[in-house]
Design a protein around this ligand. Structure first.
Ligand code: NAP
Length: 273
């Protein structure tokens, strides 16, 4: 939470120095309540930073053409610097095709294949906000990655894979685990930095954490009592870990602040300053 506040203060100051405040468009298709909560958090953080935002809530049955047309319109608007399409999209829509229509310089969460490619080859484009926030957290708390053994549980295109690339860029030795990993406990226990991004409530516990490991919990889940929780069973890892992020108030809080930062970057790049 402290880091999220700090990032937002940086962004607010940067946005205030711009001639025109940056603008974000969020598109939601259907009425998934979790997506609405995420979108509200993004709009709230952007507003706190002095970023203009507008939201498009489209019915679940919206067609591909109609959605693409809206994105094309937003692509052409000079007051919109970033376009965010809240995932998942309804099953009848082709997610990859839709994401590829967003102009790469307005793709503030790095979904477009161009930006994914830039990330892969080590260029400085947009990074996905969640992996970028994990890297910012590690940097903020003085965690050096070079030569460290990092284990990421989860290989999604939006968290696990891009985070692996960012950690590799900092010279970490990275292992990515997934549902076919043979011995998850052993793989995780040898991590100096363990990242949980599986989306399974409290699935990693004291058996998965080595002495003095750093544990980053990306998961956002709801437990059996309806309470928000991460992928890590915090009480059982607390005696082992040297540092760990909580849920809520950890990676998620920093992620929305990082999105606001990307809006300022997008705004500057599009105006050539
Ligand atoms: P996802 O697309 O569902 O991917 C989950 C990954 O975890 C998959 O690669 C899956 O392996 C792996 N996995 C699932 N169960 C596992 C198990 N039992 N053992 C080993 N690996 C397992 O999820 P996501 O979009 O990356 O999100 C992951 C979590 O992060 C979710 O809780 C989500 O809500 C949260 N999230 C948080 C933020 C934030 O800002 N804090 C942002 C985005 C997402 P396979 O590939 O083999 O199926």
């Amino acid at each position: 939470k402290a880091l999220a506040k700090k990032v937002k203060e940086e962004v607010r100051a940067a946005a205030a120095r711009m001639e025109r405040r940056p603008g974000l468009a969020v598109i939601l298709v259907g009425d998934d309540p979790a997506s609405q909560v995420y979108a509200d958090g993004k709009k709230r953080d952007c507003a706190q930073c002095g970023i203009y935002s507008e939201e498009y809530i489209l019915p679940a049955e919206t067609g591909q053409e109609e959605l693409m047309l809206l994105i094309e319109t937003l692509n052409g608007r000079s007051d919109i610097d970033g376009i965010l399409i809240q995932l998942p999209l309804p099953a009848h829509l082709n997610e990859r095709a839709v994401l590829s229509v967003v102009r790469p310089d307005k793709d503030v969460d790095c979904f477009h294949p161009f930006n994914v490619g830039e990330l892969m080859i080590g260029e400085k484009g947009f990074y996905p906000c969640t992996p970028a926030s994990v890297m910012r957290l590690l940097a903020e708390y003085g965690v050096e990655l070079s030569g460290k053994s990092c284990v990421i549980v989860g290989r999604s295109n939006i968290v696990g894979k891009p985070l692996a690339m960012l950690m590799l860029r900092e010279n970490a030795t990275v292992t990515i685990c997934h549902t076919r990993t043979r011995d998850l406990e052993t793989e995780c226990r040898r991590a100096e930095i363990l990242v949980a991004a599986a989306g399974k409530a409290k699935m990693l516990d004291g058996r998965h954490v080595g002495q003095d490991a750093i544990v980053i919990d990306v998961g956002i889940n709801v437990d059996e009592n309806g309470k928000l929780c991460g992928d890590v069973d915090f009480p059982s890892i607390e005696p082992l870990a040297s540092m760990a992020t909580p849920v809520p108030g950890g990676v998620g809080a920093v992620t929305t602040a990082v999105l606001a930062k990307h809006l300022v970057l997008a705004g500057r790049r599009q105006r050539g300053n």
